[in-house]
Design a protein. Structure first.
Length: 517
């Protein structure tokens, strides 16, 4: 205990508030500069494009169920629209960059406080900042950097609670977790760890039972936005069971969330996802980082990092969805923290030259990513993308984490707008329709050109497009499709009609001749 008290005292001495906040500001500014330089400047495809569309429409619900509504993220995105510069899409992308920088600064401060040193904190923060999937989602309109900013804030509060014993830090931790629930259901995984921690505190009489209501209140305040949406759904007549399923799983992801089977494919993909984000020998510092969890000051906070990593990794590895790699993002941040702890342990007693080597090693992934698309294309490495999209080089788009100057979605939507005739009907898909919907919402799309699918509406799932819906346009020869690949246009249209190239899309030319028996 005397040794632990000495270490904590040294930490408090080194990190006086003014110095700690100066270092935090430097870490934040440096990472924000990186993300601003590499952030997409405008409208995007797929989920990122949907986020931009929902932001313009001030839509906190979406049409995929409550679990995929992410209301806190949209509160931030809508607030960013008040900035006096830039396109709406740019300002929505900016949310990810800012909260990504907050995450990196939080990691830096956490490691600084855990180790009472600077070198491990720098190595750990850099490792997180340039981890592929994390960096990629700092450059796009996505919810995940808000998740990691709140998760790392929870860890900072936990550390302060362990260091000081003050209940207000524990309450703040639960407040941030509640905010995390209002942003993404990822926070439920962390909440399970915090519940176990509180039970342990109560069992060892380190926490008074009278504090528990305060923790619940703090959590409810943070989660209030999401809880109120659940309550409104029920008050408006939705079934309790149906609403709770929507709140935990969304409309159609219950089977994926509850999946307990682990296939060889999932394991291989998981290893590849993690390797893509840490293509550097510095990742081996995770091992001494794990070893350091059993010793040193503030041991409960160190153990919590390992517990969170285990829970988040298990969830991501067996979560079988097309964008599985995105669900490793909290794990990437926690691995970066372990790298920082391992770096601090490794560098003790070693020269400054070793520090330079580890810092360069932490930055190495950024250099690895530069030739990666070219290498992957040369070796015909599949990316799991079933079709190409105009003005999007699939290898560069998915393997370069940066999106500096990328305007492919904008070019696509504008070109389609220019080539389609009056009265046309364009059949798109959930990837390519988003930049077009952005043009519609910003008044830059022809009103007499119809687009399918329509804008997402709460409690109104988009129904399948039928031949009857397009009867008039079919007879007039004014049906166009973005893609003729299976799954990206109705099967009846693809199988029953012929297509002719029409600029960057396709025109339905007429019925396909009946097969001769």
């Amino acid at each position: 205990m005397p040794e632990q008290a000495t270490i904590i005292s040294e930490q408090l001495r080194i990190d006086s508030p003014p110095r700690a906040w100066r270092l935090y500001a430097i870490a934040f500014a440096a990472s924000l500069a990186l993300y601003l330089a590499t952030m997409a400047p405008g409208v995007l495809w797929q989920d990122s494009g949907l986020a931009q569309v929902r932001t313009i429409r001030r839509d906190l619900y979406g049409d995929l169920g409550l679990a995929l509504s992410h209301p806190l993220y949209y509160v931030f995105a809508i607030a960013f629209q008040t900035l006096p510069f830039g396109e709406s899409a740019f300002k929505t992308n900016l949310v990810s960059a800012v909260f990504g920088a907050v995450t990196v600064a939080n990691v830096f401060l956490l490691l600084r406080l855990l180790t009472a040193g600077l070198r491990g904190a720098v190595v750990g923060a850099i490792s997180v900042a340039v981890a592929h999937t994390f960096w990629q989602h700092c450059a796009l309109a996505e919810v995940y950097t808000v998740t990691t900013a709140l998760l790392t804030a929870e860890l900072l509060c936990l550390l302060q609670y362990v260091r000081t014993g003050r209940d207000r830090w524990l309450a703040a931790m639960f407040l941030f977790n509640g905010l995390g629930i209002s942003n993404h259901m990822f926070a439920l995984l962390s909440l399970a760890c915090w519940a176990v921690f509180v039970v342990w505190l109560l069992g060892t009489k380190r926490l008074r039972p009278s504090v528990v209501p305060l923790l619940l209140l703090a959590w409810a305040c943070g989660a209030g936005l999401y809880l109120s949406m659940i309550g409104i759904e029920i008050a408006q007549g939705a079934g309790v069971g149906e609403t709770l399923r929507s709140a935990v799983f969304g409309r159609s992801y219950m089977r994926n969330v509850m999946n307990l089977l682990l296939s060889r494919r999932q394991i291989v993909h998981s290893v590849l996802y993690l390797g893509l984000s840490f293509p550097t020998p510095v990742v081996l510092l995770v091992l001494p980082g794990l070893g350091s969890l059993r010793s040193g000051a503030v041991r409960p906070a160190r153990i919590a990092i390992a517990a969170l990593l285990a829970v988040h990794l298990v969830f991501a590895v067996r979560y079988d969805v097309p964008d599985q790699y995105t669900f490793f993002i909290p794990s990437l941040v926690l691995i970066g923290i372990l790298i920082g702890l391992g770096a601090d342990r490794f560098l003790r007693g070693r020269s400054a030259g070793w520090t330079v080597c580890l810092i360069l090693g932490a930055m190495l992934p950024a250099a690895v990513y530069v030739p990666l698309p070219r290498v992957a294309r040369a070796f015909h490495i599949p990316l799991g993308v079933s079709r190409g999209v105009p003005y999007r080089d699939e290898y560069a788009y998915f393997l370069h984490p940066w999106k500096t100057g990328y305007e492919g979605a904008w070019r696509f939507a504008n070109e389609v707008r220019e080539i389609l005739p009056t009265g046309a009907v364009l059949v798109a898909d959930s990837t390519t329709v988003r930049p077009i919907q952005y043009l519609q919402l910003t008044g830059r799309w022809h009103r007499d050109v119809t687009v399918w699918p329509p804008m997402p509406e709460r409690d109104r799932p988009i129904r399948a497009l039928t031949e009857q819906d397009l009867r008039g346009a079919l007879s007039a020869g004014k049906i166009y499709v973005v893609s003729t690949e299976p799954g990206y246009s109705p099967a009846w249209l693809r199988d029953g009609y012929e297509f002719c190239p029409y600029g960057i899309v396709y025109r339905v030319c007429g019925r396909r001749p009946a097969a001769i028996p």
